[in-house]
Design a protein around this ligand. Structure first.
Ligand code: FES
Length: 452
């Protein structure tokens, strides 16, 4: 029996005043510097995902502009963050994006720090006539908190608590339990555009039917509800299993809808003239399959079973979530050039239950019991390993040597041209539509952060 749970999440759809702001924020070194001092140094920032620091000794590093932060779980299981900077002569201690160890050892003169940042040993300490006051020379601490399966840091303490910062989104994102997910892909690409051009791109669907035509055949971007929240966060809820209502409704299912139906053992021929019935049919089929496999899908609404919900966390993170998986994208500035940035993309998957030979080999595990080809995620595979970070350039994407999915590749291929055009004397300011109000909302929050 299908269970439908109505969620209590209530987006704020109040109208927003559209402004047409100047291009300086994308191209000027002065803006880059203002963002360094008044945005990155003062905002709550997503430093990584919680599953990478579940165990004692695990650490991640997070670079934002000129700053580098280590986040490590100590032997006491407490999570701490600290500047990735040796207090002797400033050497960057760790260059790996993540790992597991018991001490941090500076490669220059071998000062040793504990996972809690305390200075533990100094070779030749007797030769420091000024002494080695260890209580002063620990790694400089940084504020850190864990929430929603993510690790947040803030370089400068402020009045806004993380709980208050995330309050508008906490319930809606919390349902997806990112804290129970594992990383299955980790990519980072250097790009030739300002970091905000990436955020803008993921804050509007206006471009989707044109740059990503495949989406017309499985999503309805034209009517996707938009939500604007306090602190600069936004959301959009995109119906899946449908066709774009901005275009004529087809008589027969699109190729993408047919693939989705067949994956659940449903015959596309049964939906001739009934394309509008496909989305609820897919929802019923997925809920039935989840019930067959004993998976906890009761906390999800029917809409959440087919749709993609995307949350933009101010200032620089985009989360696209489904019950089975999530994409975390994060745009970071280049410290030297407003026309360059770094886009990180982490894929998270929710494995269900513990690995067992019985579950892994059963009909229930592969969906055969109800005759489908669609697989809900089973237990974490016994040979699962967290993939290493794959770093490359946007040229690798354009040349086809790397991919971040067809859709993201299309975005990346275009955004360099956006930056080129913005730098031109032929362009002064952006001209936004109402449909791009999430872009406006983001920039309003940015201006507030910068006191602009
Ligand atoms: Fe790190 Fe000297 S700079 S030990």
């Amino acid at each position: 029996m299908a269970t439908t749970v109505s969620h209590t999440f209530a987006p704020d759809l109040s109208p927003i005043a559209i402004r047409n702001f100047s291009k300086e924020r994308y191209v000027s070194p002065e803006w880059l510097e203002r963002e360094r001092t008044d945005l990155w140094a003062t905002s709550w920032l997503v430093a990584g995902v919680a599953c990478d620091v579940r165990e004692a000794g695990q650490f991640i590093t997070f670079d934002i502009g000129a700053e580098s932060i280590i986040i490590a779980r100590g032997a006491d299981r407490l999570l701490r963050a600290m500047h990735n900077t040796c207090t002797h002569r400033g050497t960057k201690l760790v260059t790996e994006p993540m790992g597991s160890l018991r001490k941090f050892v500076c490669p220059y003169h071998a000062w040793v720090y504990g996972l809690d940042g305390s200075l533990e040993s100094v070779p030749g300490a007797a030769r420091f006539s000024n002494g080695v006051p260890r209580e002063k020379l620990g790694l400089r601490p940084v504020e850190v908190e864990e929430a929603l399966g993510l690790i947040f840091v803030r370089l400068t303490p402020g009045a806004l608590s993380l709980a208050d910062f995330l309050a508008p989104l906490h319930e809606a994102i919390g349902t997806y339990r990112l804290d129970l997910m594992d990383v299955t892909n980790d990519q980072t690409v250097s790009h030739l555009c300002n970091w905000k051009a990436i955020i803008d791109n993921f804050a509007e669907l206006y471009h989707v039917p044109f740059l990503h035509p495949i989406h017309r055949r499985m999503f309805d971007c034209a009517t996707a509800p938009i939500a604007l929240f306090d602190h600069g966060h936004t959301a959009v809820y995109v119906e899946g299993g449908v066709t774009d209502s901005g275009f004529p409704t087809p008589e027969v299912p699109s190729d993408m809808q047919a693939m989705q139906l067949e994956a659940f053992g449903l015959d596309p021929a049964d939906y001739r003239g009934l394309v509008g019935a496909i989305r609820p049919a897919l929802q019923r089929a997925k809920r039935a399959l989840a019930g067959e496999q004993g998976l906890a899908y009761d906390s999800f609404t029917d809409a959440q079973l087919t749709d993609v919900w995307q949350f933009n966390l101010f200032p620089n993170v985009i989360l696209s979530v489904t019950p089975e998986s999530a994409w975390l994208m994060r745009s970071r500035p280049d410290v030297t050039d407003p026309g360059r940035s770094i886009l990180d993309m982490i894929t998270l998957v929710r494995f269900h239950g513990e690995e067992s030979p019985e579950a892994a080999g059963s009909d229930e595990a592969d969906g055969a019991r109800i005759g489908t080809h669609f697989r809900l995620n089973g237990p974490r595979p016994a040979d699962y390993i967290r993939p290493p970070r794959d770093a490359f350039t946007h040229e690798d994407i354009i040349a086809g040597r790397k991919t971040m999915t067809v859709t993201i590749d299309e975005d990346i291929s275009l955004l360099g041209r956006v930056q080129q055009g913005m730098a031109s004397r032929g362009f002064d300011s952006v001209w936004l539509s109402d449909e791009e109000c999430r872009v406006q909302h983001f920039h309003d929050a940015l201006d507030a952060s910068l006191g602009a």
